[in-house]
Design a protein around this ligand. Structure first.
Ligand code: ADP
Length: 476
C-alpha cells in the first residue's frame, strides 16, 4: 500500500504539540510495518535549521489571490520505502513560529495552508506517486479532499481530528483567494456559520474521519463535545472511527529514562521511592512517606484546572498529602496555583513553565497522576504515568475513559481511578478513594503492576490505521 501522511507538523522535523508526536510516530510505524510511506510537511524555518541537503523534485506555482506564489518540492529519502516531502514557500513558512506569535495567529493562515494543501496535491501529481491513501491531519489539511476531487488522483482520504476545538475558520472571502468553487460553500459543505471552515471541509469531503480515541469519537457527536460540528459529524457517523494514540516507549520508559535519578522496573520498584525523595530535594518539598500527587499539562480549562484547584484547596486543608504541579497556560490558573503554594508551602509546589526533564521526573516520582480534563481527545499523560507505575486519577471522558480502568472494589482490579461528574467534589471523592488504596500496600502494588504492564505502543495504533486503510481501499 502507498500511504501519504499530510500534516502541518511532525517530529523530528517540526513540533508545537501532540499532533507532531502522532504524525511522526505513524510515519515511522507505517514504514516499519512494510508500507511505502510519504510524509508531506511545510518547510519551516526551524525545519531548515534541522535538515538540509534536500533533493529538489519540482517547482510549484500556485495562484493565491491575484498572485502566483512560487515554491519548491523538496524531498529526503530515509530508506527505500520512506520519504519526506517538504513544501518550500519561504514567504509563508520561513517564519519563527508555525502558526502565530504571542499576539495571535498569523493573519494569512488561510493562504498559507490553502497553498500547502494545493501544493501537496501538485507534488503527488508531479512525482507520480500513485498513492492509495492520504492520511490527513487536523484543519490545516482540510481542503485536500476538495482539491483531490478536481484532479485525476484517486487516493482515498482519511481525515483525523486531533482536537475538534481547532477548526481553521476564516471569512468567506478567502474562498475566491484560494480558488475554491462557490458550489462548496453550503450548509452541507464547508460553510460554517457564514465563514469557510477548513475542518468542516475535511469532515464533509474526506472518505473517512477518525479521531484519537473511540470515546471521543462518540462524544463529538453530541452537542456538549461537538464544538458546533456535531450535526455534520452525525451525518457521517458511519464513517467515523476512533483509534487511540500511543506513546514512544523509547522515550518513556522508567527502565532506561536518562532524565530520572534512578531507573526502575516492576521488579525493582524500590527505585521509584528514590526518585520521589530526590524530587522532594530538588523542589525543596519535604515528602517523607506522604502520598505524592503529580500534574503535568497545559493550564487550560480543557485540562480541568479549575476543578483541580478547587479540589486541592479543600484537600490540602484536611489531608497530609504532597502535590507537584508543572504547567503553563492561562494566567489566572498560574496565579491561583502560586497562591495555593504560598498558602501551603509544606505541601504543594507549583512550577510554572515548560520543562521536559522535570516532567519525566514527576511521572517517575509521583504515586498518583491527576488528569481531571473537561474533555480529552486521547491524552498522553495517563499513558506515560501508567508506564511509570503512577496511577492516574482521571475524569471519565475521551481517551481517558478508553485507557484507564477504574479500580473496582469487588474484583480489586484496575489501573487507576475515574470519576464522571465534572466537579471538584467528584474529583475529591476519587482522590480520597485513591488515598485509601495507597494505605493498602498489597492492592496498591497490584494496581501498579497492572498499570505498568499495559501496552499503549504506537505499533498497536498503526496496525489499526492500516486495517482501516485496507477497508477503505476495498470499498472502492
Ligand atoms: P495536550 O492536549 O496538551 O496535547 P496530552 O496529554 O495529549 O495533552 O499531551 C501533553 C504532553 O505534553 C505530555 O507528554 C505532557 O507530559 C507534556 N507537557 C505538557 N505540559 C508540559 C510542561 N509544562 N512541561 C513539560 N511537559 C509538558
Amino acid at each position: 500500500m502507498k500511504i501519504g501522511i499530510v500534516a502541518s507538523e511532525a517530529i523530528p522535523f517540526s513540533k508545537t504539540g501532540g499532533l507532531a508526536d502522532v504524525t511522526g510516530a505513524l510515519f515511522k510505524e507505517y514504514t516499519t510495518l512494510g508500507e511505502e510511506t510519504f510524509l508531506f510537511l511545510p518547510y519551516y524555518k526551524a525545519t531548515r535549521e534541522l535538515i538540509k541537503d534536500l533533493r529538489e523534485e519540482g517547482k510549484l506555482k500556485i495562484k493565491i489571490g491575484d498572485e502566483n506564489k512560487e515554491g519548491r518540492i523538496l524531498s529526503k529519502e530515509f530508506n527505500k520505502n520512506c520519504k519526506v516531502i517538504f513544501i518550500e514557500q519561504d514567504e509563508y513558512f520561513d517564519r519563527d513560529k508555525l502558526y502565530g506569535t504571542g499576539d495571535g495567529d498569523y493573519i494569512d493562515n488561510a493562504e498559507r495552508f490553502g497553498f500547502f494543501d494545493r501544493a501537496v496535491i501538485e507534488a503527488a501529481k508531479i512525482l507520480n506517486l500513485e498513492l492509495d491513501i492520504l492520511h490527513l491531519n487536523d484543519w490545516q489539511t482540510g481542503l485536500i479532499p476538495i482539491f483531490i476531487k478536481e484532479t485525476g488522483l484517486k487516493p482515498k482520504t482519511l481525515f483525523t481530528i486531533h482536537n475538534l476545538a481547532y477548526q481553521g475558520n476564516f471569512p468567506s472571502t478567502k474562498l475566491e483567494e484560494l480558488g475554491i468553487d462557490r458550489q462548496y460553500f453550503k450548509v452541507d459543505g464547508l460553510e460554517f456559520y457564514g465563514s469557510m471552515s477548513f475542518i468542516k471541509s475535511g469532515i464533509v469531503y474526506s472518505d473517512y474521519i477518525s479521531t484519537v480515541s473511540p470515546t471521543y469519537a462518540r462524544e463529538i457527536l453530541t452537542e456538549e463535545y461537538g464544538e458546533r460540528l456535531d450535526g455534520i459529524l452525525r451525518v457521517k457517523k458511519n464513517r467515523l472511527k476512533g483509534i487511540i494514540n500511543g506513546i514512544d516507549y523509547e522515550v518513556w520508559n522508567p527502565e532506561t529514562d536518562p532524565r530520572i535519578w534512578k531507573n526502575y522496573s516492576l521488579n525493582s520498584i524500590e527505585g521509584k521511592s528514590e526518585n520521589k525523595a530526590r524530587l522532594g530535594q530538588e523542589l525543596l518539598l519535604e515528602i517523607g512517606r506522604a502520598p505524592l500527587l503529580g500534574f503535568v499539562g497545559r493550564l487550560a480549562t480543557q485540562k480541568g484546572v479549575d476543578i483541580l484547584i478547587e479540589a486541592l484547596t479543600k484537600l490540602l486543608l484536611e489531608q497530609d498529602i504532597k502535590v507537584v504541579v508543572l504547567g503553563t497556560g492561562e494566567r489566572k490558573f498560574e496565579e491561583n496555583l502560586l497562591e495555593l503554594q504560598r498558602k501551603y508551602p509544606q505541601s504543594l509546589k507549583a512550577v510554572i513553565g515548560f520543562d521536559d526533564a522535570l516532567a519525566h521526573k514527576i511521572y517517575a516520582s509521583s504515586d498518583f497522576f491527576l488528569m481531571p480534563s473537561r474533555y480529552e481527545p486521547c491524552g498522553l499523560g495517563q499513558l506515560i504515568s501508567m508506564k511509570y507505575g503512577t496511577l492516574p486519577i482521571a475524569r471519565e471522558t475521551g481517551g481517558l475513559k478508553d485507557t484507564v480502568d477504574n479500580f473496582n472494589e469487588f474484583t480489586q482490579f484496575g489501573n487507576g481511578f475515574l470519576f464522571y461528574d465534572y466537579s471538584a467534589d467528584a474529583l475529591l471523592e476519587s482522590i480520597k478513594k485513591a488515598l485509601g488504596i495507597y494505605n493498602n500496600k498489597e492492592i496498591f502494588g497490584m494496581m501498579r503492576g497492572i498499570a505498568m504492564s499495559c501496552d499503549f505502543s504506537w505499533r498497536r495504533s498503526a496496525r489499526k490505521y492500516i486495517e482501516l486503510f485496507k477497508t477503505m481501499i476495498e470499498e472502492t
